[in-house]
Design a protein around this ligand. Structure first.
Ligand code: ATP
Length: 245
């Protein structure tokens, strides 16, 4: 099967600085990949390139086996940012349906998909609430629903849960794993939280700076799920990862 996402020779420069110096990566359909590495090594830059927001200076990206050529190729790639970016003047439902704005999806289908996405994250009861009425965890769910409404083949997340308290963060991890298992979508996320990396990822990719490059890929598939961070085997993986970074 073709990789869900493949990048080859991706490079990016800002001024004189080489931020990414030739990244090669293949992610298979349904895989969950964590990108880790020290601050400034180019994780967000790589995610911005994978999302189609930022053009690379060299290299190319394929989605589902097809080389990307234009905006439309990224239709089924969703991007969840560190901040939830909810629009305060829109209800929860209208924030979620915003994910489909500008797409060719007809109105009835939009309504249906929005309701499905809200149900999937457990927010169907607060569809008409305003963002300021929501808790941090609910805002995060709304942001996730806005990403899911496009029915993404690939979900990119840049430290999406870093602002949540540990308990809510752990609930969001369960949600992501449940939704991934149901949908089969591919997930690539950036994190500084080694516990998050171990609990979620099938593979952990470590980057190093100057220039940003991949230095290690750790297969995690041998670690049984569900992964409870306090269980000895899981705790040991987290500890090993912390020592390495
Ligand atoms: N638009 C830009 N213009 C100039 N330099 C930039 C730009 N965006 C990022 N950089 C620089 O590129 C480098 C990599 O930034 P990036 O945000 O990708 O790193 P990161 O690994 O995600 O860091 P963090 O973990 O702190 O989020 C940094 O040195 C940053 O200052």
């Amino acid at each position: 099967m073709a990789p869900a996402l493949a990048v080859s020779g991706i490079a990016k420069h800002f001024g004189q600085q080489t931020i990414l110096g030739g990244i090669d990566l293949e992610v298979r359909p349904g895989e969950i990949v964590a990108l880790i590495g020290p601050s400034g090594c180019g994780k967000s830059t790589l995610l911005n390139i994978l999302s189609g927001l930022l053009p690379p200076d060299a290299g190319h990206i394929s989605i589902g086996g097809a080389r990307t050529t234009g905006f439309d190729d990224w239709r089924r790639v969703a991007y969840m940012f560190q901040e939830d970016r909810l629009l305060p003047w829109r209800t929860v439902r209208d924030n979620v349906s915003f994910g489909l704005e500008g797409s060719a999806v007809p109105r009835g289908e939009r309504r249906r998909r929005t309701a499905d996405a809200l149900r999937l994250v457990g927010l169907d009861g607060v569809a008409t609430a305003w963002p300021h009425e929501l808790s941090g965890g609910m805002r995060s769910r709304a942001a996730l629903a806005r990403s899911l409404v496009v029915q993404p083949a690939v979900l990119l997340m840049d430290e999406p849960f870093s602002r949540l308290d540990p308990q809510t963060r752990s609930q969001m991890h369960d949600e992501v794993l449940r939704i991934q298992a149901d949908s089969g979508m591919t997930v690539i996320f950036v994190t500084h939280d080694m516990e998050e990396a171990v609990v979620l990822a099938d593979r952990i990719i470590r980057l190093a700076p100057h220039p940003g490059r991949i230095v290690e890929a750790l297969e995690m598939e041998d670690l049984p799920r569900p992964r409870i961070p306090t269980e000895p085997e899981v705790a040991e993986r987290i500890r090993q990862l912390r020592v390495r970074t």
